[in-house]
Design a protein. Structure first.
Lengths: 318, 324
């Protein structure tokens, strides 16, 4: 934006804030420096672009006619109550909490939005905040698809992207009515109604190839009432344990299995080993975890879990 | 999405939103120092003076002497005498409200991380000030793994400047280690909470993932990290491979493709059948051996040959327990 244009737009904002009645386009042309030159057509084009630019910045332009005048075309004004940030008085501990939260976002677009939000709050009188140095919360959003998914969710639009499903050879085009985006265990997911499958789905943004593109009108997608985004993502990743395996662990080994296990008793057959109960749903998933401990973990029962581990080890040993 | 207002102050792209905030900012702080304003707005003093030059020629229709924004310089201070009606900042945009509300909520909802009450109060005030712009923030969630067993103890040690004893699980070796540390700070990275501390045993700065702390105790002695201790730079991620680390090549079947998502790889080559060949650095061969055992037929060590041999031997040893 050139300095000349900035000057013209600032004068336009000041002019429309100062008026109570709607100003006709020609009144605006006369009042705001920068509009006086050129043809009527050139002015109209310029004014249209300027309105668009102000709306993008969040300036609420109001359109209407003054009731007592029969105007040919609508005029403009900015209602002060819609424009101005309401009073916000933060206690020092609240300001410190805000300062800490402001450090959360590490990447565009939300890091930039945080910076401009803090400027507005300081312009409203908030003192600069010093967040406690002993805590550094960070959330990255480096996935190329993040900005597109976030914009779609924000505006209530559908979104389309190329998705490489787990185990699939080639990415496929997918269409989603997104209900929300969730960062879970450091990774971003987009949750919504998959219009190709006709069912709710969760997509991992790192598996989206390239960017995500919002499509269709704003406000078209409304999340169903009671949508629990976090639960939707958590469900996808964690199965409720269906049954229990007995696993013998060498002393000191298998910490992560032990931590979620119940009931540890000494193993009568192995000196210094203990037997724990571990919940599982899929014997292959359990085998993933147990084989990682090599000779320090042995599945005792049930047979389906035992066989899954033995098959895995036989494949590796040959 | 909105353009960043910070760090790009040298250009003119963000000049208008900056000016709309600058006028009420100056109005609220008569006699504020030029350097302080420039620092707050993330611009050079030269850039700030250009902004002020522009304000001077803007004002109410008529643009007579009394209609224009008026700014007075005295030494290195600024006083805004006439705001031409721009007395308050613009409302928060949807993106701005979303950035603050989601971040505050993430802090509030992480058990044990911070004192919840001030966060909740700040959240309520920001939501109220944002009004309808805060609506879409309901559709964005950041979940951070909380930790109610270890975190309060670590926070106490940080607050009181005391050293800590940790029983810490090292997954690469599947063993729990005992060590005394001087705590530096808490980090939340990739949705997990870490203690950054000077480890007296390793004589270096280490990150301890709190869910791997088996036991923790505050020691009587003060925290005394070396004076020249430096924070770990985590801006590029937590794990930094060293060229000295062993370069391992793995063939990953479709069921093991997640490995390429979870571990930084030097190269990832997709094969015609959809499988991947990845190269990654490993500081500790025990870690790769356990990974390979875990992956089974879905993950095959291609190189180095000795590592592939070790995995076979590990599997044979483990198998022996099932053949008795």
């Amino acid at each position: 934006m050139s300095a000349k244009k900035t000057e013209r737009l600032l004068n336009l904002v000041i002019c429309l804030l100062a008026t109570r009645r709607f100003l006709a386009v020609q009144e605006i042309r006369a009042a705001v420096p920068g509009y006086e030159q050129g043809t009527e057509e050139a002015f109209r084009r310029m004014f249209e672009r300027d309105k668009e630019e102000l709306r993008e910045l969040g300036v609420p332009l109001e359109t209407g006619t003054n009731s007592h005048v029969h105007d040919d075309e609508p005029g403009y004004r900015i209602a002060r109550r819609d424009y101005e940030l309401p009073e916000i008085a933060l206690e020092p501990d609240e300001a410190a909490a805000l300062g800490l939260a402001a450090r959360l976002w590490q990447s565009a677009p939300l890091a930039g939005a945080t910076g401009s939000a803090l400027l507005k709050l300081q312009a409203a009188g908030m003192e600069p905040v010093a967040a406690p140095a002993a805590l550094e919360p960070r959330v990255a959003a480096s996935e190329p698809a993040f900005a597109g998914c976030l914009a779609a969710v924000r505006d209530g639009r559908a979104v389309t992207f190329a998705y490489r499903a787990s185990g699939a050879a080639a990415p496929a085009a997918r269409h989603l009515e997104p209900w929300g985006v969730v960062s879970w265990r450091g990774r971003w997911y987009v949750v919504g109604h998959d219009t190709d499958r006709g069912a709710p789905r969760v997509f991992r943004m790192s598996r989206i190839v390239g960017t995500a593109r919002p499509v269709g009108p704003a406000g078209a997608v409304v999340p169903p009432p009671g949508t629990d985004l976090r639960a939707a993502v958590g469900r996808m990743a964690v199965d409720e344990p269906r049954t229990t395996a007995r696993v013998s662990l060498r002393s000191g080994a298998g910490y992560e299995l032990r931590r979620e296990a119940t009931g540890a008793v000494d193993d009568p057959d192995r000196e210094g080993w203990s037997v724990v109960d571990v919940g599982f749903t899929d014997p292959e998933r359990l085998a993933d975890r147990v084989t990682g401990y090599g000779a320090d973990a042995v599945v005792l029962s049930p047979d389906e879990a035992r066989h899954a581990v033995v098959r895995r080890l036989q494949g590796l040993a040959s | 999405m909105s353009r960043p207002a910070r760090g790009t102050g040298g250009g003119t792209v963000d000049q208008l939103p900056r000016l709309l905030a600058l006028v009420p900012y100056l109005l609220a702080r008569p006699g504020v120092r030029v350097a302080e304003v420039a620092a707050t707005f993330g611009v050079t003093e030269e850039r700030l003076r250009k902004d002020l030059d522009l304000l001077w020629v803007c004002g109410l229709p008529g643009h007579g002497p009394g209609d224009l924004i008026d700014v007075e310089f005295e030494g290195d201070t600024i006083t805004l005498l006439e705001p031409a009606g721009v007395t308050r900042p613009l409302r928060l945009t949807v993106d701005e409200a979303l950035a603050l509300v989601v971040a505050l909520r993430a802090l509030a909802e992480t058990p044990g991380l911070v004192e919840r009450d001030p966060v909740d109060r700040a959240l309520a005030k920001v939501e109220q000030a944002a009004g309808a712009a805060a609506g879409p923030a309901q559709r964005v969630e950041v979940s951070v793994e909380g930790e109610t067993r270890v975190l309060p103890v670590v926070r106490t040690a940080l607050d009181q400047g005391r050293a800590l004893h940790l029983s810490y699980y090292v997954p690469a070796r599947d063993e729990t280690t005992e060590r005394d540390v001087d705590p530096l700070r808490l980090l939340v990275v990739d949705g997990r909470t870490y203690l950054e501390a000077w480890c007296r045993r390793a004589e270096g700065v280490r990150l301890f993932r709190l869910d791997r702390v088996a036991d923790v105790a505050v020691l009587d002695e003060p925290s005394a990290p070396p004076a020249d201790v430096e924070h770990r730079d985590v801006s590029q991620g937590l794990f930094r491979a060293s060229p000295d680390d062993l370069l391992v090549t793995l063939a990953l079947g479709p069921g093991a493709a997640w490995v390429a998502d979870y571990h930084p790889c030097e190269s990832v080559v997709e094969q015609d059948d959809g499988s991947l060949v990845v190269a990654l650095r490993a500081r500790d061969t025990a870690w790769v051996r356990r990974l390979a055992l875990r992956l089974g037929e879905q993950g095959q060590v291609l190189a180095p040959q000795e590592l592939a041999e070790q995995v076979r031997a590990d599997a044979r040893r483990a198998l022996a327990a099932y053949q008795t």
